[in-house]
Design a protein around this ligand. Structure first.
Ligand SMILES: Cc1cc2nc3c(=O)[nH]c(=O)nc-3n(C[C@H](O)[C@H](O)[C@H](O)COP(=O)(O)OP(=O)(O)OC[C@H]3O[C@@H](n4cnc5c(N)ncnc54)[C@H](O)[C@@H]3O)c2cc1C
Length: 419
Protein backbone atom coordinates (compact mmCIF):
# COMPACT_ATOMS: atom_id res chain seq x y z
CA UNK A 1 0.00 0.00 0.00
CA UNK A 2 1.25 3.53 -0.79
CA UNK A 3 2.45 5.40 2.26
CA UNK A 4 0.24 8.48 2.55
CA UNK A 5 1.31 11.38 4.71
CA UNK A 6 -2.16 12.40 5.90
CA UNK A 7 -2.51 11.68 9.63
CA UNK A 8 -6.24 12.11 10.23
CA UNK A 9 -9.48 13.07 8.48
CA UNK A 10 -12.78 14.23 9.97
CA UNK A 11 -15.88 13.99 7.79
CA UNK A 12 -19.05 15.91 8.65
CA UNK A 13 -22.05 13.96 7.39
CA UNK A 14 -22.83 10.27 7.11
CA UNK A 15 -25.02 10.56 4.02
CA UNK A 16 -23.92 8.66 0.96
CA UNK A 17 -21.13 11.19 0.12
CA UNK A 18 -19.62 11.08 3.60
CA UNK A 19 -19.80 7.31 4.00
CA UNK A 20 -18.35 6.55 0.55
CA UNK A 21 -15.54 9.05 1.12
CA UNK A 22 -14.82 7.54 4.53
CA UNK A 23 -14.70 4.05 3.04
CA UNK A 24 -12.19 5.01 0.34
CA UNK A 25 -9.91 6.72 2.86
CA UNK A 26 -10.03 3.87 5.38
CA UNK A 27 -9.09 1.45 2.61
CA UNK A 28 -5.95 3.51 2.08
CA UNK A 29 -5.03 3.25 5.72
CA UNK A 30 -6.02 6.78 6.80
CA UNK A 31 -7.63 7.21 10.25
CA UNK A 32 -11.11 8.65 9.64
CA UNK A 33 -13.87 9.85 11.95
CA UNK A 34 -17.36 10.55 10.59
CA UNK A 35 -19.68 12.91 12.50
CA UNK A 36 -23.44 12.99 12.14
CA UNK A 37 -26.28 14.04 14.41
CA UNK A 38 -28.07 10.83 13.39
CA UNK A 39 -26.63 7.34 13.51
CA UNK A 40 -26.92 5.92 9.98
CA UNK A 41 -27.62 2.48 11.45
CA UNK A 42 -30.69 3.74 13.33
CA UNK A 43 -34.26 4.43 12.28
CA UNK A 44 -33.65 8.10 13.23
CA UNK A 45 -31.58 8.49 10.06
CA UNK A 46 -33.84 10.42 7.69
CA UNK A 47 -31.34 12.19 5.43
CA UNK A 48 -31.79 12.57 1.67
CA UNK A 49 -29.62 9.48 1.30
CA UNK A 50 -32.31 7.51 3.13
CA UNK A 51 -35.48 8.72 1.43
CA UNK A 52 -34.54 9.26 -2.20
CA UNK A 53 -36.09 7.47 -5.18
CA UNK A 54 -33.19 5.03 -5.36
CA UNK A 55 -32.37 5.57 -9.02
CA UNK A 56 -28.84 5.04 -10.19
CA UNK A 57 -29.15 7.43 -13.14
CA UNK A 58 -25.91 7.80 -15.09
CA UNK A 59 -27.88 9.16 -18.07
CA UNK A 60 -29.33 12.19 -16.22
CA UNK A 61 -26.96 14.83 -17.58
CA UNK A 62 -29.49 17.61 -18.21
CA UNK A 63 -30.44 19.71 -15.21
CA UNK A 64 -32.85 22.59 -14.64
CA UNK A 65 -30.53 25.39 -15.74
CA UNK A 66 -31.88 25.20 -19.27
CA UNK A 67 -33.38 27.91 -21.44
CA UNK A 68 -36.51 25.89 -22.31
CA UNK A 69 -37.79 25.89 -18.70
CA UNK A 70 -37.20 29.54 -17.92
CA UNK A 71 -40.41 30.78 -19.60
CA UNK A 72 -42.53 28.14 -17.85
CA UNK A 73 -41.02 28.86 -14.44
CA UNK A 74 -43.33 31.69 -13.24
CA UNK A 75 -46.44 29.71 -14.26
CA UNK A 76 -45.13 26.57 -12.57
CA UNK A 77 -44.21 28.42 -9.39
CA UNK A 78 -47.58 30.14 -9.13
CA UNK A 79 -49.56 26.93 -9.57
CA UNK A 80 -50.23 25.02 -6.35
CA UNK A 81 -51.06 21.92 -8.37
CA UNK A 82 -47.85 21.51 -10.33
CA UNK A 83 -44.50 19.82 -9.83
CA UNK A 84 -42.81 23.00 -8.60
CA UNK A 85 -43.84 25.02 -5.55
CA UNK A 86 -42.66 27.90 -3.39
CA UNK A 87 -42.82 28.62 0.30
CA UNK A 88 -43.42 32.35 -0.01
CA UNK A 89 -41.81 33.20 3.36
CA UNK A 90 -38.54 31.80 2.03
CA UNK A 91 -38.27 33.77 -1.25
CA UNK A 92 -36.21 36.69 0.15
CA UNK A 93 -33.63 34.20 1.45
CA UNK A 94 -33.23 32.68 -2.01
CA UNK A 95 -32.45 35.96 -3.73
CA UNK A 96 -28.72 35.23 -4.17
CA UNK A 97 -29.44 31.68 -5.36
CA UNK A 98 -31.90 32.97 -7.98
CA UNK A 99 -29.40 35.62 -9.18
CA UNK A 100 -26.85 32.89 -9.88
CA UNK A 101 -29.53 30.60 -11.31
CA UNK A 102 -30.65 33.11 -13.94
CA UNK A 103 -27.01 33.73 -14.86
CA UNK A 104 -26.57 30.00 -15.49
CA UNK A 105 -29.86 29.44 -17.28
CA UNK A 106 -28.70 29.56 -20.89
CA UNK A 107 -27.61 27.20 -23.64
CA UNK A 108 -23.88 27.55 -22.90
CA UNK A 109 -24.18 26.90 -19.15
CA UNK A 110 -26.66 24.10 -19.77
CA UNK A 111 -24.13 22.31 -21.99
CA UNK A 112 -21.27 23.03 -19.58
CA UNK A 113 -23.25 21.44 -16.73
CA UNK A 114 -24.30 18.50 -18.96
CA UNK A 115 -20.67 17.88 -20.01
CA UNK A 116 -19.31 17.89 -16.46
CA UNK A 117 -22.21 15.95 -15.00
CA UNK A 118 -21.56 13.41 -17.75
CA UNK A 119 -17.88 13.25 -16.78
CA UNK A 120 -18.74 11.95 -13.30
CA UNK A 121 -22.07 10.25 -14.03
CA UNK A 122 -20.43 8.02 -16.65
CA UNK A 123 -18.14 6.65 -13.90
CA UNK A 124 -20.84 6.32 -11.26
CA UNK A 125 -22.08 2.75 -11.81
CA UNK A 126 -18.55 1.31 -12.04
CA UNK A 127 -17.64 3.04 -8.77
CA UNK A 128 -20.64 1.38 -7.06
CA UNK A 129 -19.73 -1.87 -8.80
CA UNK A 130 -16.43 -1.90 -6.89
CA UNK A 131 -18.21 -1.40 -3.56
CA UNK A 132 -20.91 -3.95 -4.42
CA UNK A 133 -18.21 -6.60 -4.78
CA UNK A 134 -17.68 -6.25 -1.04
CA UNK A 135 -21.28 -6.24 0.20
CA UNK A 136 -24.18 -8.58 -0.40
CA UNK A 137 -26.68 -6.57 -2.47
CA UNK A 138 -29.16 -9.41 -2.92
CA UNK A 139 -32.65 -7.95 -2.68
CA UNK A 140 -31.22 -4.43 -2.48
CA UNK A 141 -30.28 -3.57 -6.07
CA UNK A 142 -32.05 -4.43 -9.32
CA UNK A 143 -31.02 -3.80 -12.90
CA UNK A 144 -34.20 -3.63 -14.97
CA UNK A 145 -33.77 -0.18 -16.49
CA UNK A 146 -35.65 3.02 -15.67
CA UNK A 147 -38.63 4.34 -17.68
CA UNK A 148 -39.63 7.98 -18.18
CA UNK A 149 -43.04 8.78 -19.68
CA UNK A 150 -44.48 12.06 -20.95
CA UNK A 151 -47.43 13.63 -22.74
CA UNK A 152 -47.19 15.50 -26.02
CA UNK A 153 -47.53 18.85 -24.20
CA UNK A 154 -43.83 19.62 -23.75
CA UNK A 155 -42.30 17.93 -26.75
CA UNK A 156 -39.82 20.76 -27.29
CA UNK A 157 -38.22 19.96 -23.93
CA UNK A 158 -38.32 16.21 -24.54
CA UNK A 159 -36.64 16.65 -27.95
CA UNK A 160 -33.92 18.78 -26.38
CA UNK A 161 -33.22 16.09 -23.75
CA UNK A 162 -33.07 13.36 -26.39
CA UNK A 163 -30.75 15.46 -28.57
CA UNK A 164 -28.29 16.31 -25.78
CA UNK A 165 -28.11 12.67 -24.65
CA UNK A 166 -27.51 11.58 -28.22
CA UNK A 167 -24.71 14.13 -28.58
CA UNK A 168 -23.05 12.79 -25.44
CA UNK A 169 -23.40 9.18 -26.59
CA UNK A 170 -25.82 8.17 -23.82
CA UNK A 171 -27.76 4.97 -24.41
CA UNK A 172 -31.53 5.62 -24.65
CA UNK A 173 -34.37 3.66 -26.23
CA UNK A 174 -37.46 5.64 -27.19
CA UNK A 175 -40.78 3.92 -26.57
CA UNK A 176 -44.30 4.38 -27.89
CA UNK A 177 -47.16 4.38 -25.42
CA UNK A 178 -47.87 0.73 -26.30
CA UNK A 179 -44.24 -0.27 -25.79
CA UNK A 180 -44.30 1.31 -22.31
CA UNK A 181 -47.52 -0.58 -21.53
CA UNK A 182 -45.99 -3.84 -22.77
CA UNK A 183 -43.25 -3.37 -20.15
CA UNK A 184 -45.50 -2.00 -17.40
CA UNK A 185 -49.06 -3.28 -18.10
CA UNK A 186 -50.59 -1.89 -14.89
CA UNK A 187 -49.99 1.74 -15.88
CA UNK A 188 -52.93 3.87 -17.01
CA UNK A 189 -52.31 5.20 -20.54
CA UNK A 190 -52.36 8.85 -19.45
CA UNK A 191 -49.06 9.53 -21.23
CA UNK A 192 -48.16 9.56 -24.92
CA UNK A 193 -44.64 8.11 -25.12
CA UNK A 194 -41.49 7.44 -23.15
CA UNK A 195 -37.91 6.29 -23.00
CA UNK A 196 -36.12 3.47 -21.21
CA UNK A 197 -32.53 3.60 -19.99
CA UNK A 198 -31.96 -0.11 -20.13
CA UNK A 199 -28.70 -0.32 -18.23
CA UNK A 200 -29.92 1.82 -15.31
CA UNK A 201 -30.32 0.20 -11.88
CA UNK A 202 -32.46 1.00 -8.86
CA UNK A 203 -32.15 0.45 -5.14
CA UNK A 204 -34.91 -1.49 -3.41
CA UNK A 205 -33.70 0.00 -0.13
CA UNK A 206 -31.29 2.96 -0.29
CA UNK A 207 -30.94 3.04 3.50
CA UNK A 208 -30.17 -0.70 3.55
CA UNK A 209 -27.34 -0.14 1.05
CA UNK A 210 -25.99 2.88 2.93
CA UNK A 211 -25.95 0.86 6.16
CA UNK A 212 -23.92 -1.91 4.52
CA UNK A 213 -21.36 0.59 3.17
CA UNK A 214 -21.19 2.25 6.58
CA UNK A 215 -20.55 -1.11 8.27
CA UNK A 216 -17.71 -1.76 5.79
CA UNK A 217 -16.25 1.58 6.88
CA UNK A 218 -16.55 0.67 10.59
CA UNK A 219 -15.15 -2.83 10.04
CA UNK A 220 -12.18 -1.25 8.28
CA UNK A 221 -11.39 0.73 11.45
CA UNK A 222 -13.42 3.89 10.77
CA UNK A 223 -14.84 5.79 13.76
CA UNK A 224 -18.26 7.38 14.13
CA UNK A 225 -19.30 10.12 16.54
CA UNK A 226 -23.01 10.87 16.84
CA UNK A 227 -23.18 14.57 17.50
CA UNK A 228 -24.27 17.83 15.99
CA UNK A 229 -21.30 19.76 14.59
CA UNK A 230 -21.72 23.35 15.74
CA UNK A 231 -18.50 24.86 14.64
CA UNK A 232 -15.59 24.47 12.30
CA UNK A 233 -12.44 26.38 13.01
CA UNK A 234 -9.11 26.48 11.26
CA UNK A 235 -6.34 26.40 13.85
CA UNK A 236 -3.61 26.52 11.25
CA UNK A 237 -3.13 25.34 7.69
CA UNK A 238 -2.64 21.74 8.85
CA UNK A 239 -5.21 21.57 11.61
CA UNK A 240 -8.96 22.13 11.80
CA UNK A 241 -11.07 21.85 14.92
CA UNK A 242 -14.51 20.27 14.62
CA UNK A 243 -16.55 21.42 17.59
CA UNK A 244 -19.62 19.39 18.52
CA UNK A 245 -22.13 20.17 21.25
CA UNK A 246 -19.92 18.35 23.74
CA UNK A 247 -16.30 18.36 22.61
CA UNK A 248 -13.65 19.58 20.22
CA UNK A 249 -11.75 17.24 17.88
CA UNK A 250 -8.74 18.12 15.73
CA UNK A 251 -7.94 16.74 12.29
CA UNK A 252 -5.30 17.37 9.69
CA UNK A 253 -7.97 17.37 6.97
CA UNK A 254 -11.72 17.87 7.12
CA UNK A 255 -14.40 16.98 4.58
CA UNK A 256 -17.73 18.81 4.57
CA UNK A 257 -20.26 16.27 3.26
CA UNK A 258 -23.29 17.64 5.05
CA UNK A 259 -25.65 17.76 2.07
CA UNK A 260 -28.07 20.70 2.08
CA UNK A 261 -26.84 21.66 5.56
CA UNK A 262 -23.28 22.34 4.38
CA UNK A 263 -23.86 26.08 3.94
CA UNK A 264 -23.95 26.82 7.66
CA UNK A 265 -20.42 25.39 7.88
CA UNK A 266 -18.99 27.03 4.76
CA UNK A 267 -20.44 30.39 5.90
CA UNK A 268 -18.34 30.02 9.06
CA UNK A 269 -15.25 29.76 6.86
CA UNK A 270 -16.13 33.06 5.22
CA UNK A 271 -17.25 31.63 1.87
CA UNK A 272 -20.69 32.72 0.76
CA UNK A 273 -21.56 29.72 -1.39
CA UNK A 274 -25.04 29.91 -2.94
CA UNK A 275 -26.12 26.45 -1.78
CA UNK A 276 -29.81 25.95 -1.14
CA UNK A 277 -32.28 23.12 -1.13
CA UNK A 278 -34.92 21.68 -3.41
CA UNK A 279 -37.29 19.98 -1.02
CA UNK A 280 -38.83 16.68 -2.13
CA UNK A 281 -41.29 14.20 -0.63
CA UNK A 282 -42.01 10.49 -0.54
CA UNK A 283 -44.76 8.17 0.65
CA UNK A 284 -45.05 4.38 0.53
CA UNK A 285 -47.90 2.22 -0.67
CA UNK A 286 -47.29 -0.94 1.31
CA UNK A 287 -47.32 -4.28 -0.59
CA UNK A 288 -47.90 -2.49 -3.90
CA UNK A 289 -44.37 -2.71 -5.25
CA UNK A 290 -45.44 -5.58 -7.53
CA UNK A 291 -47.50 -3.16 -9.63
CA UNK A 292 -44.43 -2.02 -11.56
CA UNK A 293 -41.19 -3.88 -12.31
CA UNK A 294 -38.88 -0.90 -12.46
CA UNK A 295 -38.93 2.84 -11.65
CA UNK A 296 -41.35 4.91 -13.72
CA UNK A 297 -41.06 8.70 -13.83
CA UNK A 298 -43.83 10.92 -15.22
CA UNK A 299 -41.87 13.91 -16.52
CA UNK A 300 -44.83 16.30 -16.93
CA UNK A 301 -45.69 15.75 -13.25
CA UNK A 302 -42.15 15.87 -11.80
CA UNK A 303 -42.79 12.68 -9.91
CA UNK A 304 -41.92 8.99 -10.03
CA UNK A 305 -42.47 5.61 -8.41
CA UNK A 306 -39.91 2.98 -7.45
CA UNK A 307 -40.68 -0.59 -6.39
CA UNK A 308 -38.95 -1.01 -3.03
CA UNK A 309 -38.89 -3.48 -0.14
CA UNK A 310 -41.00 -1.12 1.98
CA UNK A 311 -43.64 -0.96 -0.76
CA UNK A 312 -44.13 1.24 -3.79
CA UNK A 313 -42.26 4.47 -3.06
CA UNK A 314 -43.87 7.50 -4.73
CA UNK A 315 -41.40 10.36 -4.82
CA UNK A 316 -41.30 13.85 -6.17
CA UNK A 317 -41.93 17.52 -6.51
CA UNK A 318 -39.51 20.37 -6.09
CA UNK A 319 -40.41 22.82 -3.35
CA UNK A 320 -38.26 25.89 -2.76
CA UNK A 321 -38.67 26.60 0.93
CA UNK A 322 -35.42 26.13 2.85
CA UNK A 323 -34.52 23.74 5.62
CA UNK A 324 -36.74 25.02 8.42
CA UNK A 325 -40.27 25.29 7.04
CA UNK A 326 -42.59 22.42 8.03
CA UNK A 327 -43.62 19.80 5.43
CA UNK A 328 -46.47 20.81 3.10
CA UNK A 329 -49.53 18.60 3.16
CA UNK A 330 -50.40 19.92 -0.30
CA UNK A 331 -47.15 18.58 -1.75
CA UNK A 332 -47.73 15.15 -0.22
CA UNK A 333 -51.27 15.12 -1.62
CA UNK A 334 -49.84 16.05 -5.00
CA UNK A 335 -47.45 13.07 -4.97
CA UNK A 336 -50.28 10.73 -3.95
CA UNK A 337 -52.59 12.12 -6.65
CA UNK A 338 -49.92 11.63 -9.32
CA UNK A 339 -49.30 8.04 -8.19
CA UNK A 340 -53.03 7.23 -8.34
CA UNK A 341 -53.30 8.80 -11.79
CA UNK A 342 -50.85 6.18 -13.11
CA UNK A 343 -51.99 3.33 -10.85
CA UNK A 344 -55.64 3.89 -9.74
CA UNK A 345 -55.68 0.75 -7.60
CA UNK A 346 -53.33 2.36 -5.06
CA UNK A 347 -55.14 3.09 -1.81
CA UNK A 348 -53.67 3.84 1.64
CA UNK A 349 -50.25 5.39 1.93
CA UNK A 350 -47.82 5.61 4.84
CA UNK A 351 -44.45 7.13 5.83
CA UNK A 352 -44.83 10.75 4.72
CA UNK A 353 -41.24 12.02 4.37
CA UNK A 354 -39.66 15.37 3.48
CA UNK A 355 -36.07 15.44 2.24
CA UNK A 356 -33.58 18.10 1.22
CA UNK A 357 -31.77 17.97 -2.11
CA UNK A 358 -28.57 20.04 -1.84
CA UNK A 359 -28.59 22.25 -4.93
CA UNK A 360 -26.27 24.88 -6.37
CA UNK A 361 -27.61 27.32 -8.97
CA UNK A 362 -25.66 25.77 -11.86
CA UNK A 363 -26.58 22.24 -10.76
CA UNK A 364 -22.97 21.03 -10.55
CA UNK A 365 -21.75 19.76 -7.18
CA UNK A 366 -18.81 21.33 -5.38
CA UNK A 367 -15.99 18.80 -5.17
CA UNK A 368 -12.75 20.35 -4.05
CA UNK A 369 -10.83 22.29 -1.45
CA UNK A 370 -12.17 25.37 0.27
CA UNK A 371 -10.77 28.55 -1.26
CA UNK A 372 -9.59 29.59 2.21
CA UNK A 373 -7.90 26.38 3.31
CA UNK A 374 -6.82 23.54 1.04
CA UNK A 375 -7.13 21.06 3.93
CA UNK A 376 -10.88 21.59 4.21
CA UNK A 377 -12.52 19.78 1.32
CA UNK A 378 -16.07 20.25 0.06
CA UNK A 379 -18.25 17.36 -1.13
CA UNK A 380 -21.82 18.64 -1.46
CA UNK A 381 -24.41 20.02 -3.87
CA UNK A 382 -25.33 16.80 -5.69
CA UNK A 383 -28.97 17.94 -6.14
CA UNK A 384 -31.21 15.26 -7.74
CA UNK A 385 -28.29 12.93 -8.38
CA UNK A 386 -26.51 12.50 -5.09
CA UNK A 387 -27.53 8.89 -4.69
CA UNK A 388 -26.16 8.03 -8.14
CA UNK A 389 -22.96 9.99 -7.48
CA UNK A 390 -22.15 8.71 -3.97
CA UNK A 391 -19.56 6.08 -4.86
CA UNK A 392 -17.73 8.17 -7.49
CA UNK A 393 -17.74 11.17 -5.14
CA UNK A 394 -16.05 8.98 -2.53
CA UNK A 395 -13.30 8.13 -4.99
CA UNK A 396 -12.83 11.71 -6.19
CA UNK A 397 -12.83 13.29 -2.72
CA UNK A 398 -10.48 10.71 -1.22
CA UNK A 399 -8.14 11.43 -4.15
CA UNK A 400 -8.29 15.16 -3.41
CA UNK A 401 -7.69 14.58 0.31
CA UNK A 402 -4.63 12.46 -0.45
CA UNK A 403 -3.43 14.77 -3.23
CA UNK A 404 -3.44 11.97 -5.80
CA UNK A 405 -3.11 12.65 -9.52
CA UNK A 406 -6.26 12.29 -11.61
CA UNK A 407 -7.15 12.33 -15.31
CA UNK A 408 -10.46 14.01 -14.49
CA UNK A 409 -10.90 17.72 -15.07
CA UNK A 410 -11.96 18.79 -11.56
CA UNK A 411 -11.73 22.57 -12.07
CA UNK A 412 -15.45 22.96 -13.02
CA UNK A 413 -16.51 21.60 -9.61
CA UNK A 414 -14.57 24.22 -7.62
CA UNK A 415 -16.47 26.80 -5.56
CA UNK A 416 -14.36 29.38 -7.42
CA UNK A 417 -17.02 29.52 -10.12
CA UNK A 418 -19.31 31.56 -7.89
CA UNK A 419 -16.78 34.36 -7.29
C1 LIG B 1 -37.26 13.28 -2.86
C2 LIG B 1 -35.85 12.98 -3.31
C3 LIG B 1 -35.63 12.00 -4.28
C4 LIG B 1 -34.33 11.75 -4.72
N1 LIG B 1 -34.12 10.74 -5.63
C5 LIG B 1 -32.85 10.50 -6.07
C6 LIG B 1 -32.58 9.43 -6.99
O1 LIG B 1 -33.48 8.65 -7.34
N2 LIG B 1 -31.32 9.27 -7.45
C7 LIG B 1 -30.29 10.10 -7.06
O2 LIG B 1 -29.19 9.93 -7.55
N3 LIG B 1 -30.50 11.08 -6.13
C8 LIG B 1 -31.74 11.29 -5.65
N4 LIG B 1 -31.98 12.28 -4.73
C9 LIG B 1 -30.85 13.13 -4.31
C10 LIG B 1 -30.00 12.46 -3.26
O3 LIG B 1 -30.81 11.79 -2.31
C11 LIG B 1 -29.12 13.49 -2.56
O4 LIG B 1 -28.45 14.30 -3.51
C12 LIG B 1 -28.06 12.79 -1.72
O5 LIG B 1 -28.66 11.85 -0.85
C13 LIG B 1 -27.24 13.79 -0.93
O6 LIG B 1 -26.31 13.05 -0.19
P1 LIG B 1 -25.39 13.77 0.88
O7 LIG B 1 -24.54 12.73 1.50
O8 LIG B 1 -24.73 14.93 0.23
O9 LIG B 1 -26.42 14.42 1.94
P2 LIG B 1 -27.43 13.77 2.98
O10 LIG B 1 -27.90 12.45 2.58
O11 LIG B 1 -28.45 14.82 3.24
O12 LIG B 1 -26.54 13.57 4.28
C14 LIG B 1 -26.00 14.68 4.96
C15 LIG B 1 -25.80 14.24 6.40
O13 LIG B 1 -25.11 15.28 7.09
C16 LIG B 1 -25.63 15.36 8.40
N5 LIG B 1 -25.34 16.69 8.91
C17 LIG B 1 -25.58 17.88 8.29
N6 LIG B 1 -25.14 18.90 9.03
C18 LIG B 1 -24.61 18.35 10.16
C19 LIG B 1 -24.01 18.90 11.33
N7 LIG B 1 -23.84 20.22 11.48
N8 LIG B 1 -23.60 18.06 12.29
C20 LIG B 1 -23.75 16.71 12.17
N9 LIG B 1 -24.31 16.15 11.08
C21 LIG B 1 -24.73 16.95 10.09
C22 LIG B 1 -27.11 15.10 8.24
O14 LIG B 1 -27.67 14.65 9.47
C23 LIG B 1 -27.12 14.02 7.15
O15 LIG B 1 -27.16 12.73 7.68
C24 LIG B 1 -33.26 12.52 -4.22
C25 LIG B 1 -33.49 13.45 -3.21
C26 LIG B 1 -34.78 13.68 -2.73
C27 LIG B 1 -34.99 14.67 -1.64
Amino acid sequence: MRNYKCKSVGIIGSGIQGVCTGLQLIKKGIPVTIFDRHDPLSSEFIAASYGNAGHFSPYAVLQFNRPDVIYDLPKMLLSSNGPLALKWNYIPKMFNWFLHYFKHCNQKSMMHTAKYMHQILSLSNDAYGEIFQEIDTKGLVEKKGIIYVWTNKNLKSRNLEIKVRKELGIEQKLLTQQEVLDLEPNLQPVFDAGVIYESAMHARDPHGILKKIFKLFLNGGGKFIQSNVKNLKQININETAIRTEKEEYKFEKTVIASGAFSKSLTDQLGENIPLDTERGYHVHFKDKDHLISRPVIFLDRGFGMTPMNKGLRAVGTVELGGLKNPPSKKRIDYVIRCAKELLPELDHHEDEWLGFRPTLPDFLPILGPSLKNKNIIYAFGHQHLGWTLGAITGKIISGIVLEEKTNLDLAPYSSKRFY
